[in-house]
Design a protein around this ligand. Sequence first.
Ligand SMILES: [Zn+2]
Length: 115
Amino acid sequence: MSAQAARKITIQLRKGDQVKVMVGRDAGKSGRVLSVNPSKNTVVVEHANIIKRHTRPNPSKNIKGGIVEKEGPINISKVMMICASCGKHTRIGHKISPDGTKSRICRRCGNGLDK
Ligand SMILES: [Zn+2]
């Protein structure tokens, strides 16, 4: 284990988390995290960063042509977790329980973010 290798940002968001988009075209929108990509530091959030894809029909794969709307990846620095307890966007803190388990907490109200 090398200390230098720890330059990578740890993504604290997880699939299913409720987040709010803070900047960009979809600022103010909120939704659930659909997927997390730790190597690119991006998350896909439902209803946010909708990209239109023009697809060609491919009858052998039963794909109809046309415009498909799909969520695109957003950099993690552009979204914030929404706390279920206080209802506000928050930074994620950590709490270590006496039994050694680590859990995520809301920095605003201190309540746990994990169910
Ligand atoms: Zn809170």
